[in-house]
Design a protein around this ligand. Structure first.
Ligand SMILES: [Zn+2]
Length: 714
């Protein structure tokens, strides 16, 4: 949620490509030369846009040559000459792709976008070609079948089984005619998903709500300023432009006093790509049809069965069980919120029959919150200057793990980037982090963490990772530094959790680096737990002008208000998790009408109130149709069960900064995918996770021991 889905897509695209090689050709292309740079960062200043396409082509050729060499080996297949050799192949392609996709997300332009459109299907076809290479699979299978007699250690065995399963899931085991069918389905799918994404992109770009200065009632000055800048940039001087980007529409819905305008922009938002010129409903049917047929070709009942087979959840049943457990308490809590807001609205309008609608929710929610907790978000910001938050995170990591952070001067891709090296307690270099904090044209929305270079082993040495954290925090202006909201502060902690996961990695094989998709948000979400802890706030929430530490009464109000609105937030999140599962557990797309289907499942069957719309609806649910989250949107709430329970380990130790617990957490973070997620979790916690801490944190149940966790660790 707090980071873009893009890197999951890249990660998924890349996992089927496996890794590492020595660059051979094209010595003049900086992407293909040995990167003799400080800390192994990409040679950003030398790369031209025109370098990417030839680099991709050369890297794919190199990868193919490596694969052919494995196939041509006259010796019997062994772990070294087949499984390990495959694991080591494709390194150049990984470097090129990581650099390209991270730059395309953080610093793009029309030329890069053109390359992106060209390269994506090339990568898909490249991956299919390897997955369906019958001779290659033959070798893998031959070794796999005698893996238990090959004297492998646990990790070698795991890599062998993982490699085999990846081939199986890619269709290697199918007869030739079915393979051809599968490749054709994959081709059609890549086309349909690109069209879906392009429709959505166009619909977003085309919508403009242009207002005059007398239509801005209730809006904070900062929002007016950015709307004016946006209008000016679009050629509408002295007007104010609001768009369907979340950073524009949701503040508008929260503060605008004009109910009709709220309705207008909200309706445009939830009706995107549902009919009209940018209609996505037919494409949704096509995508579901193709995915369902593909899963059945591969021996599964549905796309969800196919996807979940490879992650922690394992089955749709396990996902539905979690969602069903949370649904009722969440919906009940949302209904209570609705009742409170309706009461306020009726008083305000002096109309006892007034009905609160979906476009009123954000507005009245903010009003109730303000009234009840006397907490003005804007007044908190001075305590959360970007520098102080970053120092707070560094301090937390130092306290937990003994690691240190030092700024280094290197040339990154944009002059706004800042880079830090990270050293272990004994001085060993763990890696570097490139921060890129502020919005600009060419940067995607939201926040994310990625890796230009992943940790790997080369000649027995650890290759240190090059990690990046990219955000869209408010720009400093004049003498005012960048001041974060509570939400943005938590986002920074979140993304830094992903960064730590990468920095701590200590995995001998690339094929065992990745974790299950429903595990990947554990390392990030657990970091959010510290952000608003009183003991933690005292270390970093310091007023940027007066130098005063945040006062206790503000801390108390932040804490009290933290559970407010959780009914709505959880309900819209669960609703989207359900709609994702509902459509991907279908056995056929015949007769599917996506919008009617959503209504039937959510409103009729599950009792969702009309004032709450799933966080994303099918026509604009990019995560599941053109992102990497199909049958995976539940991952956020799944990982939250893990992170809330995991954090209890610190709470129970009596010290939120307990070093022994931190050492166990570090072991989990360093392990990558060397074990199943649940096994890693059990090693850390000594038990399977309980759902209770999540229910308590969302305010759906009250803790029965009455202990106030905020007294710990002080
Ligand atoms: Zn995340």
């Amino acid at each position: 949620m707090k980071h873009s889905s893009l890197f999951t897509i890249v990660a998924i695209a890349m996992t089927s490509i496996a890794c590492n090689s020595t660059p051979t050709a094209e010595r003049t292309n900086p992407l293909l030369e040995e990167w003799n740079t400080p800390y192994g960062i990409p040679p950003f200043e030398k790369i031209e846009v025109s370098d990417y396409l030839p680099a991709f082509e050369a890297a794919m050729e190199a990868h193919k040559a490596e694969v052919e060499a494995i196939v041509a080996n006259p010796e019997e297949p062994t772990f070294e000459n087949t499984i390990l050799a495959l694991d080591n192949a494709g390194g150049m392609l990984n470097n090129v792709a990581n650099t390209f996709f991270l730059i395309a997300a953080a610093d793009t332009n029309p030329d890069l976008q053109k390359v992106e459109a060209e390269v994506s299907p090339m990568l898909a076809a490249h991956s299919d070609e390897i997955m369906m290479n019958a001779d290659l699979f033959e070798r893998v299978k031959k070794f796999y079948n005698r893996r238990h007699r090959a004297g492998l250690d646990a990790l070698q065995l795991r890599l062998t089984e993982k490699t085999f399963k990846e081939f199986e899931r890619g269709g290697s085991n199918l007869p030739a005619d079915k393979q051809a069918e599968l490749a054709e389905i994959n081709r059609q799918l890549s086309e349909a998903t690109v069209s879906y994404a392009q429709n959505l992109l166009a619909a977003n770009a085309e919508y403009q709500l242009l207002l005059s200065s007398d239509q801005l009632g209730g809006l904070p000055q900062s929002l007016k300023n950015s709307a004016r800048d946006a209008a000016t940039e679009a050629g509408h001087k002295s007007e104010y432009l609001f768009t369907l980007n979340r950073s524009s529409i949701f503040p508008f819905l929260t503060y605008s006093t004009d109910r009709n305008l709220r309705k207008e922009i909200y309706t445009a938002y939830i009706e995107r790509c549902n009919g009209g010129e940018r209609d996505n409903t037919e494409l949704i049917k096509t995508i579901i049809d193709l995915r369902t047929r593909r899963s059945q070709l591969l021996g599964f009942k549905s796309h969800a069965d196919y996807v979940l087979d490879d992650v922690m959840a394992k089955t749709p049943k396990a996902v539905y069980e979690l969602l069903d457990d949370l649904w009722e308490p969440s919906l009940n809590s949302a209904k209570r919120e609705l009742g409170e807001m309706t009461e306020m609205m009726r008083k305000e309008l002096n109309d006892n029959t007034a009905k609160l609608e979906a476009w009123d929710w954000f507005y009245y929610s903010e009003k109730v919150r303000k009234q009840r907790y006397n907490l003005d978000e804007q007044a908190l910001r001075p305590y959360f200057s970007l520098d102080n938050v970053r120092q707070g995170i560094f301090g937390l990591c130092n306290r937990l793990y003994g690691i240190t952070f030092t700024p280094v001067s290197v040339v990154a891709y944009n002059k706004e980037c800042s880079t830090y090296k990270v050293n272990d307690s004994d001085g060993t270099l763990l890696g570097v982090v490139i921060f890129d904090f502020f919005p600009r044209a060419g940067k995607g929305g939201g926040a994310w963490c990625g890796e230009y270079v992943s940790m790997s082993m080369k000649d027995g040495q650890r290759v240190t990772p090059v990690v990046t954290v990219v955000c869209n925090f408010p720009r400093p202006s004049g003498n005012t530094p960048s001041l974060l909201s509570v939400d943005e502060t938590e986002t920074f902690f979140h993304e830094f959790g992903h960064a730590l996961h990468n920095l701590f990695a200590q995995v001998p094989y690339k094929g065992l680096a990745g974790v299950e998709r429903d595990f990947v948000e554990l390392p990030s979400q657990i970091m959010e737990n510290w952000a608003m802890e009183p003991a933690m706030l005292k270390t970093y929430a310091i007023h940027y002008q007066s130098g005063a530490v945040i006062p206790d009464n503000l801390i108390r109000r932040i804490e009290q208000s933290s559970k407010f609105g959780q009914g709505f937030t959880t309900t819209e999140l669960l609703a989207a998790s359900y709609t994702d599962m509902d459509i991907h557990t279908l056995r056929t797309a015949e007769g599917l009408d996506p919008v009617a289907f959503e209504q039937k499942k959510m409103n009729t069957e599950r009792g969702l109130v009309s004032q709450i719309v799933p966080r994303y609806r099918y026509p604009y649910f990019s995560h599941i149709f053109d992102g990497g989250y199909s049958s995976g949107y539940y991952s956020y709430i799944w990982a939250e069960v893990l992170d809330k329970d995991a954090y209890q380990a610190f709470v129970e130790s009596g010290d939120l900064f307990d070093k022994d617990t931190a050492a166990r957490l570090r072991t989990l973070l360093a392990s990558g995918g060397t074990k199943d997620g649940m096994d890693l979790y059990r090693d850390f916690r000594g038990a399977e996770p309980s759902r209770t801490p999540l229910l308590i944190s969302r305010g759906f149940v009250t803790p029965d021991n009455g202990d106030e966790p905020e007294h710990l660790g002080q």
